[in-house]
Write a protein that binds this ligand. Structure first.
Ligand SMILES: O=C(CO)COP(=O)(O)O
Length: 134
């Protein structure tokens, strides 16, 4: 599965901890991330990550485009709910496209844990089945 990992600055430490804890699951999949988040993941976990541009420079929109092309299966986007983001419209657009295309998306660690456990249990196989039928 293709998994996108994104975190706003105040949530990047949380995301790194989360990835470290769930590395046994995540390392079986193809990982993507916005620029700065991706760099931190690569440097601090050693996992291979395909990096898009930084979020404020279009990275959220690149992930949105990948969703529209049916190239993302799961998004973990740890948003900072307490800080205004200059690129909020891009963030909203990414969330909207995940709803348009029914791509599972977590915006906090609690939901992210449930999704990764579901991924490991095979709950995402429907995505392959749907793709084969289309
Ligand atoms: O701002 C972001 C998502 O909206 C994240 O971008 P960076 O990973 O480049 O910090």
């Amino acid at each position: 599965m293709n998994i996108a990992l994104v975190a706003h600055d105040e949530k990047k430490d949380d995301l790194i901890q989360f990835i470290t804890a769930y590395r046994p699951i995540l390392q079986k999949h193809d990982l993507f991330a916005t620029g700065t988040t991706g760099l931190r993941i690569i440097e601090e976990t050693g996992l291979p990550v395909t990096r898009f541009r930084s979020g404020p420079l279009g990275g959220d929109q690149e992930i949105g485009a990948a969703i529209a092309r049916d190239e993302m299966d799961l998004i973990i986007f740890l948003r900072d709910p307490l800080t205004a983001q200059p690129h909020e419209p891009d963030v909203s657009a990414l969330l909207r496209l995940s709803d348009v295309y029914c791509v599972p998306l977590a915006t906090n660690m609690g939901t992210a844990e449930v999704l990764l456990k579901g991924l490991e249990a095979g709950f995402f196989e429907w995505r392959f089945i749907r793709r084969e039928r289309e």
